[in-house]
Structure formats: C-alpha cells, structure tokens
Design a protein around this ligand. Structure first.
Ligand code: HEC
Ligand code: HEC
Length: 505
C-alpha cells in the first residue's frame, strides 16, 4: 500500500513523517508496515481501547537490537535519506515541509453517540469543572489544577511559596521535588457529615501534592487513554454499579470520575461517589466563584441548585457520577485550541508563522525528528502507530523514571504529550514531573540534542542541532503552537475566578 492510498489523513501524515525521518526508517525496516496495519485495522475497526499495549512494536522493548544499527549514530536525518526499504512505496522526493497540503488540518471533534453534544450540557460541565464545591471541603475544582492560561495545566508550581511532593531526598522545598499539583488537605468524611481535618504525615494540615505534573485538558479529547501512564482507558463504567455505559471513545468521561474521589485531589478519606453526588445535587452552582462568564452566570441565575440543571439537561433531577462525567467531558470537548499560528498558517495565512518559526517547524519534522513521536497535526501521538508511550532518556536518573516506582527501570515510559501550548506550560515545568532536565523549552531542547543515555526509541538520538537551530526549534515550539485564546482565557477558554485565587487584586 503506498502512502497516497492511506485513507485516513492522520495515518497518511504519520506515514509521511516516517518518510521524512530517516532515523526511524533505518532503525525500523517497515515503518509503513506499522502505519499500514494500523490503517487496515482502522478500516474495519477503529483504534481499540487499549491501543498497541499488546502488540507494541516500538523499540522500547528491545532497544539495543533495533536502534544500534551501523549507521544510526550521529548522522542527522535529512529529507533525502529516505530508507531504501520503503523507497519503492514512498514518493522519492518528499515534499517540502512548508508544502502545507501534505499536513492534515486539526481534526473534527467526535462526540460519543451515548453522550452527544448539547449546549446546556456543555455549560453544566463548565460549571462543574470550575466548581470548588465538587471537592469534599470546597477548596479544589478541576480548574484549580487545569487552567487555560497555563496551557491547560497548573501554574502554581511557578508561584512563590509553592511546596511540592518530596523528591528523592525525602525533603520538601528542595530542587528535586516533582512539580505536582496541590490538591485537598487531609480530611475525613462520613456520609452526610461535615469533613473533619486530619494530620497528614508528609503534608501536615496543608494540601497534599502528587508526584506527577498536571496534564493539559486542551485538545485532550483526541487521546484514547488518559494520564501520563495511560491507566484510564476509553470505556465509561458506572462507578457505583460497574456497568459499562459507553464502550468506546469515552476516555474523558472515564477520567472525570477519578479526581472527585481521589484523596490527593478533591476527596477526603472515606468519600464515595454517592456522597459526592448528593453534595453536588444540593449545591448552588459556582456559589464560591466570582467573575462568572455570561454563559455560566445565566445558568447559575436560572436555578437554585445543580439538581435543577441536571433535570434540564438529562430529563430528570438525579445527579449521578455518570451524568457528572458526561457533562464535564462535553465541556472538555469544547476546549479546542485550533487557532495556533501553525493552524492559521496551515489554513493559508503565510504570515501566521515568522520565518524563524517556519525554520523551527522544518527542524521539528526533519532534522529534529520530533514529529516521529509528536505526530501532526496534534503534535502528540494519537496512539495509531504504536502505543505512544516512550522514555526520553537523558540522564538515567530517578527523576525521569516513574516516580511511583523509584529505581524501577522496567517501564519508565510516559505518554507522548502534545507540544501544543507547551509555551504556556513551561513556566511551571514540563514533562511528567516538571523537573528533568530543566524547566524551560530551551533546557528541554538542549537535552533532546544530546545522545540519549539508553537506546530507547528509533526516533530518539543525538540531533547535532546548532545553537541557531535550537533557537529556531524553541521559537516554533514556544510560539507557533500556542492558541492566543487560551493564553488570554477567551472563549472557549473563559472561566470564572476561583475562591482559592482570592479577591481580584
Ligand atoms: C489536584 C490537582 C488536580 C485536580 C483537582 C484535577 N486534576 Fe486532572 N490532572 C492532574 C494531574 C496531576 C494529572 C496527571 C495525573 C497522572 O498522570 O497520574 C491530571 C490529568 C488529567 C487529565 C488527563 C489528560 C491526558 O491527556 O491524559 C484530564 C482530562 C484531567 N486531568 C481532567 C480533570 C478533571 C475533569 C478534573 C475534575 C473532575 C480534574 N482533572 C481534577 C491534576 C488535577
Ligand atoms: C521518542 C519519542 C519522542 C521524540 C523523538 C520527541 N519526543 Fe518530545 N516527548 C516525548 C514523550 C514521551 C514526552 C513526555 C515525557 C515525560 O514526561 O517524561 C515528551 C515531552 C515533550 C514536551 C513536553 C510537553 C509538556 O507539556 O510537558 C515537549 C515540549 C516536547 N516533548 C518536544 C519535543 C521536541 C521539540 C522534539 C524534537 C527535538 C521531541 N519532543 C522529540 C516523546 C518524544
């Protein structure tokens, strides 16, 4: 099958990326085979709930065999070095990266048939997402840890006085602390009783902080598993009955069930979903927030409690975890950050990206081989070619490893997260822990430029980028993939002010 007949636009892009990335081709004799089998699977059966886990063909399982071929070392990939194995099937001259017609546009958002879009439902989800009353003690909303201006992640690790989870040295407030998100302070809750504070042995009476950085909720509707390690799949089960409610394409719904009963995020010890649902039903929407955007204000003023809004949206007033999850996911599917300079350029505006950003884009695809993993147009891997979980590998130290399993080198892989809006996230730290190898995109690109300490993936190798090229790559990653509406928190990224943010200065 040649690349032209791959029907799915994303797969075509993936195939082209492999064509452009000679490092991938040399290390993997049948890169198109991967795309092809994925395409075949796609034709009869959309990507499965647990993509690739069982049939992981990437190099992470057997890095040495696949990556250390005779001519992989040191030679930077170029457009003309297309691997001979595939050259009969690929266009002999790959088009210029700046030929925009080869790249698919930002995809359409798909709503699961069991949870179709509805405007009222999206507004309800937005209220719930920004409501600190969803936590046991009214202190933490989803939006506390996921803010558009911070690229959908958490800005607080960059704020003065931030205290994270203790790092490898066992101490808080030192350099090796992963940049986790402060959640709820330890507490105990019994059905229909007020939460009681507890003393936590690490965090005392302060917020508990996890060991992983908050991930972006922008553009998250395209991933079919959730979290850095993909531990939530795309099946929505009722947490009370365990019944399957949505069998496919519901990763956002499935994810939304977790924080509300997680004792490091929004829940006291002892909280069950039925307790949370009763609390929500009786609450006045966004009672604690201020500066509500017009859609939220209107919804708030139209009812006394959430149960009335649930009645409008779902037909009866019952507040269930499944309905909460469905509403939140519907809101999250509106967080479409598709007006980055790259998207505008792709739509035909030549001036949307600067000359430097265009050079950076070329480096992202060709010499930097970034798009081998961060595939276009989402700049993250939508789990089509392999499972999308990789190790970057720069120091072999504990920081980049699964912090839950210190010293465990068997699965130090994390999701290939999107680079979209990374420029808004870098202030509070990048990657799964916000830590290694440094805070900024400059630090990260310098690390990518170095030889990895272990052979981890066919696309991860020393890049030999010059200082100028590194600057260009950073300029592209920092600016050209940032949606200005997210940065300025304008619709669809507008939001109320949280009580925890204090009164407006
Ligand atoms: C205390 C901070 C905190 C709160 C509150 C919180 N999150 Fe998160 N969120 C995180 C962290 C940290 C991760 C990554 C966790 C991991 O990988 O283990 C995450 C991951 C996610 C992801 C996964 C994105 C992806 O690409 O896989 C989504 C979606 C998300 N959160 C939505 C929500 C929603 C919806 C709520 C409220 C119901 C919420 N979060 C509440 C911190 C938080
Ligand atoms: C081997 C696959 C692979 C390659 C090649 C690769 N990345 Fe990544 N990238 C990842 C993975 C996996 C993560 C998350 C790793 C982690 O959290 O430890 C990541 C994280 C990132 C992040 C952080 C985003 C955030 O929100 O924290 C940025 C930015 C990034 N990569 C840019 C690039 C650029 C630019 C290149 C090319 C120089 C590149 N990547 C090459 C797999 C890859």
């Amino acid at each position: 099958m040649s690349v032209q007949v791959l029907r799915d636009g994303t797969l075509r892009a993936v195939a082209l990326l492999y064509a452009l990335c000679s490092a991938c081709g040399e290390a993997n004799p049948s890169p198109i085979g991967d795309a092809e089998s994925a395409a075949g699977a796609q034709a009869v059966d959309p990507p499965s709930a647990d993509p690739g886990k069982a049939e992981d063909t990437d190099a992470s399982d057997e890095p040495a065999e696949k990556v250390s071929g005779p001519d992989t070392g040191g030679t930077a990939p170029t457009v003309t070095e297309a691997p001979s194995e595939t050259s009969t099937e690929m266009p002999t001259e790959a088009p210029s990266v700046l030929d925009r017609t080869q790249w698919p546009a930002y995809p359409e958002v798909v709503f699961p048939p069991e949870n179709p879009y509805g405007e009222d439902k999206a507004v309800l989800g937005k209220l719930l997402f920004w409501d600190e009353q969803l936590s046991s003690n009214d202190t933490v909303a989803c939006g506390t840890c996921h803010r558009p201006a911070a690229g959908g992640s958490d800005p607080r690790p960059a704020e003065p006085g931030y205290m994270g989870h203790p790092g490898a040295d066992g101490l808080r407030g030192t350099e090796d602390d992963p940049k986790g998100s402060p959640g709820i302070a330890a507490c105990m809750e019994v059905p229909d009783g007020a939460p009681m504070p507890l003393m936590d042995e690490v965090f005392n009476d302060g917020p508990r902080v996890g060991r992983r950085r908050s991930m972006t909720v922008l553009d998250a509707m395209f991933w079919n598993s959730m979290f850095w390690d993909g531990r939530v799949d795309d099946v929505l089960r009722d947490p009370i009955t365990n019944e399957v409610i949505i069998p496919k394409g519901a990763a956002l719904e499935a994810q939304a069930l977790a924080p509300v009963v997680n004792t490091a995020e929004m829940a006291c010890e002892g909280r069950q979903w039925d307790m949370a649902a009763r609390k929500i039903a009786a609450a006045r929407p966004l009672a604690l927030a201020s500066e509500l955007p017009a859609d939220l204000l209107e919804a708030q003023q139209s009812v006394a409690t959430y149960s009335e809004l649930f009645e409008k949206v779902f037909g009866d007033a019952e507040v269930t975890p499944v309905r909460v999850a469905m509403a939140i996911a519907t809101y999250e599917r509106t967080l479409v950050a598709n007006q980055t300079p790259w998207d505008l350029w792709h739509a035909g505006d030549d001036d949307a990206m600067s000359e430097q950003e265009k050079r950076g884009f070329d480096l992202f695809v060709v010499k930097g081989a970034c798009s081998c993993c961060h595939s276009l147009p989402l700049f993250g891997l939508p789990a089509l070619v392999d499972d999308g979980f990789h190790e970057i590998s720069w120091d072999g130290g504990g920081a980049e490893m699964g912090m839950d399993r210190p010293g465990n080198y068997t699965d130090p892989t994390f999701r290939t997260v999107t680079v979209r809006n990374a420029g808004l996230r870098e202030a509070a730290g990048l990657l799964h822990d916000g830590l290694a190898p440094g805070h900024t995109l400059d630090d990260l690109m310098a690390a990518y430029n170095e030889e990895p300490v272990r052979d981890v993936h066919m696309c991860r190798r020393a890049l030999e980028l010059t200082d100028q090229e590194l600057e260009d790559l950073v300029a592209f990653s920092r600016n050209a993939l940032t949606d200005p509406r997210a940065k300025s928190e304008q619709a669809p990224f507008d939001r109320p002010r949280l009580a925890s943010e204090g009164p407006q200065p």
